[in-house]
Structure formats: structure tokens, C-alpha cells
Design a protein around this ligand. Structure first.
Ligand code: FES
Length: 103
């Protein structure tokens, strides 16, 4: 259900300070261990569909490995060209040793 929290990754499986690819309910998700907390977005770049989990993560920014477009993982906003459309984000939290999302 979209309004319930769902486990997507055990906390001890998350790459510390980096981005982890997760398959959940038929979707590829990117789980970010950022300085201010955990964030989750779709793993597919909105520009050309590359896997953002193969990109470079720093602070709150994920840089796409294909054309180096970048996004703010806190809200999905495109930060640098050629990315112009946001990526989908999910409400996320740590609970009971798991990263959970809604949606
Ligand atoms: S596929 Fe990500 S910037 Fe082009």
C-alpha cells in the first residue's frame, strides 16, 4: 500500500556514505546514506535512463555516470545539465534496522 512503510534494505546492507542499488516491487531504487540521513530515489536517470547507482555520490548530490547530469537526492531536483527533469523521490526512514519507504 502506498501509504504504508515498507522495508527495502537492511541497514547493515547499505553502503556507508554511498549509494546502494535495491530492487523493490519491480522497481530499481537508489538508497543514499547522506550526511543528513537516508534518502531514496528511483535509480534511473531522468535524462537517458542510466543507473544512478553507478554514478558518483557526494554530499546530497548524485552525478549520473553517463552524461554527468546531477540531482539533489533530497528532492530529486536536477542540478546540472543535461538533466532537466527531476527524478522520483520516496519518503524514507530508518526503523528497526531497515531502510523503509512509502510509495
Ligand atoms: S543518462 Fe543521466 S545525464 Fe544522461
Amino acid at each position: 500500500m502506498a501509504d504504508e512503510w515498507c522495508d527495502v534494505l537492511a541497514e547493515d546492507q547499505m553502503q556507508k556514505g554511498w549509494v546502494t542499488l535495491v530492487e523493490h516491487a519491480g522497481r530499481a531504487l537508489a538508497v543514499y546514506d547522506a550526511p543528513s540521513g537516508v534518502y531514496v530515489t528511483t535509480a534511473r536517470c531522468s535524462h537517458g535512463g542510466a543507473n544512478l547507482c553507478d554514478g558518483y555520490f557526494d554530499g546530497h548530490l548524485i552525478e549520473c555516470p553517463l552524461h554527468q547530469g546531477a540531482f539533489d537526492v533530497r528532492n530529486g531536483s536536477p542540478i546540472s545539465a543535461p538533466a532537466t527533469r527531476p527524478i522520483k523521490t520516496f519518503p524514507a526512514r530508518l526503523s528497526g534496522g531497515f531502510i523503509q519507504i512509502k510509495g
